[in-house]
Design a protein around this ligand. Structure first.
Ligand code: SER
Ligand code: ZN
Length: 485
């Protein structure tokens, strides 16, 4: 067996090149899908003429640089990627055509067929199964996507951004072209093709722009969308009021189908959900189901600013978007329902799931510093403990300073891929908190235990509170430091 290989945060290096634009054409046929990918590439390090693009299980059909076929001596290809050896120092265009086999894709990453629907799941590293790319979150690109498929079987063709063109291709096929003007990493790329019903509405933003809202569902489920739509509109309004965050595209599409196997995914302008998290009707759903829908719809919506507009530099920073977005969805649910009941629910969940994880052999810090498989780090620690850490800052700072700090975060880092340190820096710039010590919450693991004792001296009318922290050792037996003293 091959030794599992660790990836370390300390090995992070910025990319040598930047893919500024990516134009994709998906030609969907029964057996395979042909993906044509035209990338504008800019060298960030002019000395470095070679570029390694990630790619997994791809069948290479054609490879060109500035329109000219690249000869076989100028690239290396294996099952993890494509290394271009002699790139020009000036900005260039690389066009790569690959064949992929979505029906045979049982990894459920990249583009796959489930039921009669084509859909994608690219977080964290699925895009490399679609095309050769810098499949890392610190490469942020403007994507334009054309999807071509049989008109009868796939009347709905969706991707990120705004729809800019559609039309016929011969007698039986049609195309839809999408453009997303906002830069994003490849993990937020999405595509859906199928025959779906749609439930539509609209929302007028605080600057009076009208946004089309669509929930696409399996045939026959249209009547079960109204609660999700109501929740979406409430979330859009709440983010404007509480954080000054307005939605930015002309359309917000949600796809909620039985065959999507991840829970939910915040792809830019095209969220994809398992139908369980979206569909409900008064006759069958419980109060819990309704509250769950409200919270998940809001969570994915809130990612538009905390995750998409500002994303993670690398996957060690996952809590940057997840801890913060869980905190935001918890506050939203508290405002929509009872704050006390919501808090009890969140704490119960933390105790049951996160405390258990933190006490076991897989305990890890909110911001881990190494991993073998990043897919295993979508955990209660990264999500829920990550949210609690932000809640602590909210408590220290108070709501006004917290909001000012969040405004600063959005102003400083919009359109960028950043680290948790950058978030804390922006948030706490005008506060007197020992940030270096506070950061221990991000880098240490296990749950500290706090003993509280008190004494009242009636004669001197003096009350003393004694607090003792018991700091557990790390999983590997290392001593850890006390938290805020
Ligand atoms: N990014 C997704 C989410 O948290 C993955 O589950 O919503
Ligand atoms: Zn999330």
């Amino acid at each position: 067996m091959r030794e599992p290989k660790n990836t370390y945060l300390s090995d992070y290096r910025p990319p040598s090149h930047h893919i500024t634009h990516c134009e994709l054409v998906f030609d969907i046929f029964d057996e395979k899908t042909i993906v044509s990918n035209t990338m504008k590439i800019l060298a960030l390090d002019k000395e470095n003429r070679s570029l390694l693009l990630n790619g997994k299980g791809l069948e290479l059909l054609s490879l060109k640089c500035n329109g000219i076929e690249i000869d076989t001596e100028s690239y290396l290809q294996n099952d993890t990627g494509l290394k271009l050896l002699n790139l020009p120092a000036d900005p260039c265009t690389i066009s790569v055509v690959t064949a992929i086999y979505p029906k045979q894709n049982t990894n459920l990453e990249g583009l796959y067929v489930s039921g009669d629907i084509y859909c994608t799941q690219n977080e964290p590293e699925g895009f490399r199964r679609i095309s050769y790319f810098l499949d890392r979150p610190d490469n942020m690109t403007v994507f334009t996507t054309t999807v071509i498929a049989d008109r009868e079987r796939f009347p709905i063709l969706l991707s990120n951004g705004n729809m800019i063109e559609k039309g016929s291709v011969g007698d039986a096929r049609h195309f839809v072209k999408w453009h997303d003007p906002f830069v994003k990493p490849s993990y937020l790329f999405a595509l859906v093709a199928g025959d779906l019903d749609v439930f539509s509405d609209s929302f007028v933003t605080s600057s009076r722009r009208s946004v089309d809202l669509n929930i696409y569902v399996d045939k026959g489920n249209r009547h079960r969308c109204s609660y999700a739509m109501r929740s979406l509109k409430a979330a859009m309004k709440w983010d404007e009021k509480e954080y000054g965050r307005e939605y930015d595209l002309d359309v917000y599409n949600i796809v909620a189908v039985d065959s999507f196997n991840m829970g939910a995914m915040e792809n830019k302008g095209l969220n994809i959900f398992n139908s369980h998290y979206v569909l409900a009707d008064e006759e069958h759903a419980t109060d819990q189901d309704f509250m769950g829908i409200e919270s998940v719809i809001a969570h994915e919506y809130f990612h538009n600013w905390t995750g998409n507009r500002i994303t993670c530099r690398d996957w060690f920073q996952l809590t940057l978007k997840e801890g913060l977005t869980v905190f935001r969805d918890q506050c939203f649910s508290a405002d929509m329902n009872s704050p006390v009941v919501q808090r009890i629910k969140d704490v119960k969940m933390l105790q049951q799931r996160q405390f258990a994880e933190d006490a076991g052999p897989t305990a890890h810090p909110v911001k881990p510093d190494h991993y073998i498989e990043i897919n295993n780090f979508y955990t209660a620690t990264v999500y829920e403990k990550g949210a609690e850490v932000i809640r602590m800052l909210h408590t220290f700072m108070g709501p006004e300073k917290f909001r000012r700090g969040m405004d600063r975060y959005f102003i400083l880092f919009d359109g960028q891929a950043v680290r948790t340190e950058d978030f804390i820096f922006a948030l706490t710039q005008d506060c007197r908190i020992d940030i270096e010590q506070f950061k221990l919450w991000y880098t240490q693991e296990r749950t500290p235990v706090l003993y509280v004792d008190e004494k009242y001296d009636a004669e001197n009318r003096e009350y003393t509170l004694y607090l003792t922290q018991i700091i557990p050792k790390s999983v590997e037996g290392k001593e850890q430091k006390p938290y805020l003293a």
